[in-house]
Design a protein around this ligand. Structure first.
Ligand code: HEM
Length: 223
């Protein structure tokens, strides 16, 4: 009975994570009313009119579309169930996801980080996140094309964890609102903690878990 309880934990955690991701992505879609056309009285756009109509608008709108898409695609792509049943679709969506991250999500996030709310500390956190996400996606893609699948899996899990910072940062903000906690340092701190903490947990788990089939040498191609 206890064994069943423990083995059900990862399934319950993945289900909970997926629900949170879908909730955040839907929440973002509901905010679109404030962005098309831009409402400079809305929470996010307040005070941004001075620079919005330059390059920012392009980064912003590309980000609004590519960000939620990357989150939903990531949820599908990390599923072992999906990959084992429809490997061809895993490959197709995976290529699209890497292009989406490298060409849209990360560059637009990097550009927008220059104008981050509350200033340089928040901006540096989000800028570093953009570079880390692009690097992980690129390394994951390279591992896949050289058929180092265990390594590919780890880089892509890192990429997904980094994308999920968009969920974590909104959870921190939501919790602070519920607790009526307001501090000037909260947002800048969230811009770092929302991705560094999950990555740290992942790396610790990887370190503690015995290595299974991880090899840096390519898997010979079966012809
Ligand atoms: C590489 C990962 C990402 C980086 C570096 C990044 C960066 C940023 C930056 C710098 C901002 C502006 C923040 C500010 O001015 O204070 C922003 C806003 C935004 N991001 Fe991302 N982002 C990433 C991933 C995502 C994902 C996966 C989503 C999907 C939900 C997303 C959705 C949004 C939305 C909707 C906004 C506009 C503000 C809002 O309505 O909350 N981002 N992002």
């Amino acid at each position: 009975m206890q064994k069943l309880g423990l083995s059900a934990l990862p399934v319950a955690l993945s289900a909970l994570t997926s629900v949170l991701i879908v909730k955040v992505a839907l929440g973002v879609l509901l905010e679109y009313g404030n962005y098309f056309p831009p409402d400079f009285q809305s929470d996010f756009l307040r005070g941004r009119e001075a620079y919005f109509w330059g390059g920012y608008q392009w980064a912003f709108y590309f980000h609004l579309i590519s960000g939620p898409a990357s989150l939903l695609l990531g949820t599908i792509l990390v599923s072992d169930w999906f990959r084992s049943r429809v490997p061809m679709w895993h490959r197709r969506l995976g290529r699209f996801q890497v292009a989406n991250i490298l060409l849209l999500v990360a560059p637009s996030g990097l550009y927008m980080s220059w104008y981050a709310d509350t200033g340089a500390i928040a901006g540096a956190g989000l800028g570093t996140l953009a570079i880390a996400t692009a690097a992980c996606a690129g390394l994951g893609w390279r591992a896949a094309v050289t058929r180092r699948f265990a390594i590919h899996r780890r880089w892509m899990l890192r990429t997904f964890i980094l994308l999920c910072s968009a969920v974590v940062i909104r959870m921190i903000g939501g919790l602070a609102t519920v607790l009526e906690f307001d501090a000037v340092w909260l947002y800048p701190a969230s811009c770092w903690v929302s991705w560094l903490l999950p990555v740290l947990v992942f790396e610790s788990w990887q370190f503690l878990e015995p290595r299974k089939g991880v090899s840096s040498s390519p898997v010979p191609k079966v012809t």
